[in-house]
Design a protein around this ligand. Sequence first.
Ligand code: C2O
Ligand code: CU
Length: 445
Amino acid sequence: MIRASWIVVVACSTPVDHELPQPPVLVDTNPDPAIVEVSLVAEPATLELLPGTTTDVWAFRDAAGTGSIPGPLLEAKLGDRVIVHFENRLPVATTIHWHGLRVPNAADGTPSAQLAIEPGARFDYVFDAIDAGLYWYHPHVEADVQIERGLYAPIRIADTTAIDVAADRVLVLDDVKLDASGALSETTDRLDMMLGRQGNVLLVNGRVQPTLVAAGTRERWRIVNVANGRYFHLDLPGHRFTVIGWDGGLLPGPYEAETLLVAPGERYDVIVELAADTTLRNIYYDRGHDIPDPGPKDLMIVRAGPATEHAALPPGPAIAPIDTAGAPEVMLTLREIDDGVAMPSFTINDEAFPDTTPVLGEQDAVAVWNVVNDTEMDHPFHLHGMAFQIEDDRLGWKDTVNIPQKQTRRLRVRYGGAGRWMFHCHILEHAERGMMSELVVSPRL
Ligand code: C2O
Ligand code: CU
């Protein structure tokens, strides 16, 4: 740390204003090294998001800490038992969903799996960390409102594979819609409904254009997009992203990407070799409905650090393709209903949640899900409780996948634990206005 700031003083004439923070970490109060036991609170807070102003938000905090955006990182290692004592101090009912983690259905935090936790009430979530990677947690009641107000935080489950890097960072990407006084916009207009609410202020780990001072030549960035509707299309001029992992953990082998599209809910685990100063930017991506191009927007200033040497990347895990021979085909067609006057609504197989026909399956059975996007915009499709593979794509585990406008993706799914698992578009305005349904997995007999 001291060395890094010393480098900055020497290398740059302008001082670093907002060094990129890392989210605080939930404090493990259990002495057993195989148990992570934490206390988490959700409550209103006032934070400085736009420099010089304050914003009333809802935020997570450790029971012994203060509220932050993003909320505190839940950190565990593969195989740990995780116990979260949660207390709701919000004025509204809520739940917590552990996005991407394979948890028992009773801990999934959706209205299909539990009653909402009333203001003043507590709930204990208990699950085992069975997959390494970056995940995130957020409410699953009025998610469009509650996540927008600041209730989101990362989860990092440590790998057993050692990857030699100078820093392993979490980058939580969001946008907020603020007025000049710093207040969060309370209104949702037709465009917000259609595209998902897009903010006017872009945040990395809760900061506007922070500066990352590289700890060395090679860094590992775990990126998650928690925005309601914004797609982040990342560009790091003069550099490339070496993608080593997706939503559900490491890939069998890395691949290089000039730019990285991160749809709401998705995660990418990347290696960057930081040769020189640069800026992480968000560039245009056409996700439909003639969304305008505001030009590139700076997200984060990146200052090169000391030159460091690193061992070659280790091979990733072997992943066997899910064998879909003879597997049933499930058809899921995404549509939007918009007469140009009323608020638009969104459906799966022409049904709007909660009036939907669930997909039925048996534990460990395999199915091919054809997600057909019959609309003129992209939708990020998310399935709870299990990861899937994408046919005709690289082999890797995803729980959230972008389905481009007027295209179909075929997902190979092996049904996980028994229970009611939600699936939905992760543009939260769409999910909360119908584009959501359930998979009911029955126990294997
Ligand atoms: Cu991240 Cu059902 O959601
Ligand atoms: Cu959508």
